[in-house]
Write a protein that binds this ligand. Structure first.
Ligand code: GN1
Ligand code: MG
Length: 378
C-alpha cells in the first residue's frame, strides 16, 4: 500500500454539484438564471456590455463555458475557472501570458478584460476569461476516421513544436502533481481505505484492476518541456466542413510536462473505438489504424528526441491508467471532481478506461512497432 498524498486528492467541485451534463449532446444546454447573470456580468468586464445571446456550451468536465454573441455580432467563448481544481488561477493567467507572448500561430484569440488582465476576478472571487470563438469550427469526442486522427495528431504535434523553446522556469504548475501517478495511486488507496460513501464493494472489480496494473506507477517520463497536458481529442478544433484541424484549445494545464503524456492522452481519446462514457466493454478498444494515423500526424508536425520516442507507448498506458485511477477515486469520494450526469458515472468511466488499458496492454509490442514505423515515415 502506498502513502496517500494530499496534493492530488480530488477536491470538491462546484460544477459537479450543479449537475450539468458532460454529454456532447447537451452542448447547448440552458444555464440557470443566477449563473447566466454572473456570466453576463463577467462579459461586461471584458467590454461586452449586453450580450445579444448567452448560453452554456461544451462538454468539458471541469470549467463552466458559455457561448455568447455581442451586439455587434462577435462570437465568444466565456469560461469560469473551476476554483476547486485550479486553486491558484493566477498561475493559469501567468502561463497564458507567457504562452501568448511567444506568438503561437495556431491558438484561439484570447481577449483581455477592461482592467488589462487575461483573467477577470468578479465580486464573488470567481475567475473568468474570454476567447473569440473560432469561426466555422467543431469538435468531437473521438476521431471517427484515420484522416481526422492524423489531423488531431498534427495539431498537438504542432503545439509541442511551437512550445519547444519555451523555458520551463517561465511556467508555473497550474495543478500540483497533475501527472504524478504514484501520488494519484496514493489518493486512490486512501479513498478506498476510508470508503466514505460505501461504494468500494460495488467497485471491487475496478479496484482489483487498479491493483493489478499498479506497477505502471513506476514508469518515469522526463518532464522537460512545456506541454499541453490535456490532449484529449475534444480539445482539437476542426474545420466544420472538413477534416482539417484548426487549432488546439483548453490551455489551463499548459505547463512543464512530457511529450509522451500528450501523445498518450491523444491516443487514449482519439484512437479509442468509443468515447470514455461507453459502458459496453465489448465495444471498447483501440483502433490501430487510427493509432498509426495519429503517430504519423504527430511526428510530421514535431521532431521528438530518441528518449521521447522510447516513452510513447509507456505514455499511452500511463495516462490511460492514471485517468482510470482518477475516475475511480472520484467515484469513491462521492463525485467531487469530474462533472457527472448519473449515479456511477465515474465508476463507468473508470471501467471504460480499464477496458481500454487491457486492450493497450495486449497490443503493447504492436503499438511500439507501429509508432516507430509511422514516425520514421513521417
Ligand atoms: C478533464 O476539462 P476537460 O474535460 O478538458 C481533466 C483531464 C481529463 C479529462 C477526462 C483539469 O478535462 O485531466 O483527462 O477531464 N482536466 C482536469 O475527460 O482535471
Ligand atoms: Mg481541460
Amino acid at each position: 500500500m502506498r502513502t496517500p498524498s494530499a496534493n492530488v486528492q480530488q477536491s470538491p467541485s462546484r460544477t459537479a454539484a450543479r449537475g450539468s451534463s458532460g454529454s456532447p449532446d447537451a452542448a447547448d444546454r440552458p444555464a440557470g438564471a443566477d449563473q447566466t447573470d454572473a456570466a453576463t456580468r463577467a462579459a461586461g468586464a471584458f467590454g461586452i456590455a449586453e450580450p445579444a445571446r448567452i448560453h452554456r456550451y461544451g462538454s468539458g468536465n471541469i470549467n463552466d463555458s458559455y457561448r455568447l454573441s455581442a451586439p455587434d455580432g462577435g462570437d465568444y467563448l466565456l469560461q469560469r475557472i473551476n476554483r476547486a481544481v485550479f486553486v491558484r488561477p493566477e498561475c493559469i493567467a501567468h502561463n497564458l501570458e507567457r504562452l501568448y507572448e511567444a506568438k503561437p500561430h495556431r491558438l484561439p484569440e484570447i481577449l483581455r478584460a477592461t482592467e488589462g488582465r487575461l483573467l477577470h476576478r468578479d465580486a464573488d472571487g470567481e475567475f473568468w476569461r474570454l476567447y473569440r470563438f473560432v469561426p466555422g469550427s467543431r469538435n468531437m469526442d473521438t476521431a471517427t476516421t484515420p484522416e481526422l486522427a492524423h489531423e488531431a495528431g498534427r495539431a498537438f504535434g504542432a503545439f509541442l513544436n511551437e512550445t519547444r523553446r519555451l523555458p520551463l522556469d517561465d511556467f508555473e504548475d497550474t495543478v500540483t502533481g497533475f501527472h504524478d501517478l504514484r501520488a494519484r495511486l496514493g489518493a486512490f488507496e486512501h479513498a478506498a481505505g476510508i470508503d466514505a460513501h460505501g461504494r468500494a464493494r460495488q467497485a471491487q472489480d475496478a479496484c482489483a484492476a487498479i491493483e493489478r496494473f499498479s506497477d505502471l506507477g513506476t514508469i518515469e517520463l522526463p518532464r522537460d518541456r512545456i506541454a499541453h497536458n490535456d490532449c484529449k481529442i475534444s480539445n482539437v478544433l476542426f474545420d466544420a466542413d472538413g477534416p482539417r484541424a484548426l487549432c488546439v484549445v483548453d490551455l489551463d494545464t499548459v505547463m512543464p510536462g512530457a511529450a509522451g503524456f500528450d501523445f498518450g492522452d491523444l491516443i487514449r481519446s482519439a484512437a479509442a473505438r468509443t468515447d470514455e462514457n461507453e459502458t459496453d466493454a465489448s465495444r471498447i478498444g483501440l483502433d490501430l489504424a487510427r493509432v498509426e494515423a495519429i503517430a504519423s500526424g504527430f511526428c510530421t508536425a514535431t521532431a521528438l528526441t530518441p528518449v521521447e520516442m522510447d516513452t510513447l507507448v509507456d505514455g499511452i498506458l500511463y495516462v490511460t491508467f492514471m485517468l482510470a485511477v482518477r475516475f475511480l477515486t472520484d467515484h469513491l469520494e462521492g463525485d467531487r471532481y469530474f462533472r457527472t450526469t448519473h449515479v456511477d458515472h465515474n465508476l463507468d468511466r473508470a471501467r471504460n478506461q480499464l477496458a481500454l488499458l487491457r486492450d493497450m496492454d495486449r497490443q503493447r509490442l504492436a503499438l511500439d512497432r507501429m509508432i516507430r514505423t509511422a514516425a520514421k515515415d513521417a
